[in-house]
Design a protein around this ligand. Structure first.
Ligand code: ATP
Ligand code: ZN
Length: 304
């Protein structure tokens, strides 16, 4: 069947995968071919994780402000956090105010107020509350993907404000959770290597603990709570395409999650789908059909 819907917009249906920039820095639209790669990455990641039998949930791209406060995100990353504002009155009241604002030259958004929700900064914040107050009998793995928002201060290649993050979270006890995290680092390094990416594993300071005490950063690195997998994403930029974190009881305590009566420990493995796609394009070119057979097999995109 001929696709007539995109015929007039060749850049939307071209085989060349692209993130189409918008007039707003850090906000981009994926064309069809780019999104097909994202879909292939998603299904490859779910296949990779299948032996862990993760419970899959779908999460919204907004989250309670109170929850982010509770887990320390507001103190840690006030600069990255975006909140949702809205107008609480009727349309009639809005138009009354509009007239008054016109006289004062005030922008329309000054009539809005902050709501109880913020834009989701990381997928996994939706996952811990699902286990609030529970005493688990065995470790669980949960997975979800969401568009995340971060008010990034710079917009170099691969640093978006809105991007998709697939996460896997394990809730369990300290030792086996760190082993699980380490196994994800090794698995992700192998997988990204099979995708033909020049990947490095580097220790990083943990986003879940950072911020408030910048000095925490060094401690986190010493304790190796967070590993990042970096790769060239094009334009000379090297970015973290994935990360794996051990949170100790950072989430187990505030959400009273227990396992066998003890406070649970958690870890997560996070994958930036746009960044991995950009890295693939940087390594192999814009048309997936001409990528090396091994890469296409690993990803199961394009002709095999
Ligand atoms: P960075 O160090 O680049 O700021 P981060 O360490 O804050 O990233 P994480 O919080 O570990 O990132 O998020 C998990 C993954 O989400 C990252 O490894 C990356 O692939 C992706 N990601 C994070 N921030 C962005 C962004 N601004 N644009 C695109 N992808 C991102
Ligand atoms: Zn980082």
């Amino acid at each position: 069947m001929t696709d007539t819907s995109t015929a007039a917009q060749p850049h939307l249906s071209t085989a060349d995968a692209a993130l189409i920039p918008t007039e707003t820095p850090g906000i981009a639209v994926a064309n069809r071919s780019f999104d097909a790669i994202v879909a292939a990455l998603r299904s490859a990641l779910l296949t990779l994780s299948a032996p862990q039998q993760p419970v899959s949930v779908a999460v919204p791209p907004v989250i309670a402000r109170a929850l982010l406060e509770r887990v320390g995100y507001v103190d840690g990353f006030p600069n990255l956090l975006g909140t949702v504002h809205s107008f609480a009155g009727s349309p009639a009241r809005w138009h009354e105010l509009q007239l008054a604002r016109d006289e004062q030259n005030a922008p329309w958004h000054t009539a809005q107020q902050i709501t109880d929700v913020a834009v989701l900064p990381a997928t996994c914040y939706h996952l811990y509350p699902l286990f609030e107050g529970k005493d688990l009998t065995e470790p669980v793995v949960v997975t979800a993907e969401a568009y995340c928002y971060r008010n990034e201060g710079t917009h170099e290649h691969g640093r978006l404000r809105s991007f998709r993050m697939r996460e896997f979270v394990r809730i369990g006890v300290a030792d086996e959770v760190t082993e699980w995290r380490d196994a994800w680092v090794a698995r992700a390094e192998r997988w990204l290597g099979d995708l033909g990416l020049d990947v490095s594993v580097v220790p990083a300071s943990d986003p879940f603990f950072g911020g408030a005490g910048r000095l925490m950063g060094a401690t986190q690195r010493e304790q190796q709570l967070k590993w990042e997998l970096t790769a060239p994403v094009g334009d000379g930029a090297v970015q973290a395409v994935a990360s794996a974190n051990y949170h100790k009881d950072h989430f187990g305590t505030p959400f009273s999650i227990r396992i066998g009566g003890e406070t649970a420990h958690t870890a997560c493995a996070a994958f930036g789908l746009e960044r991995i796609t950009l890295a693939l394009l940087a390594a192999h070119g814009p048309d997936p059909a001409s990528w090396p057979a091994r890469v296409r097999a690993t990803l199961a995109v394009g002709p095999r």
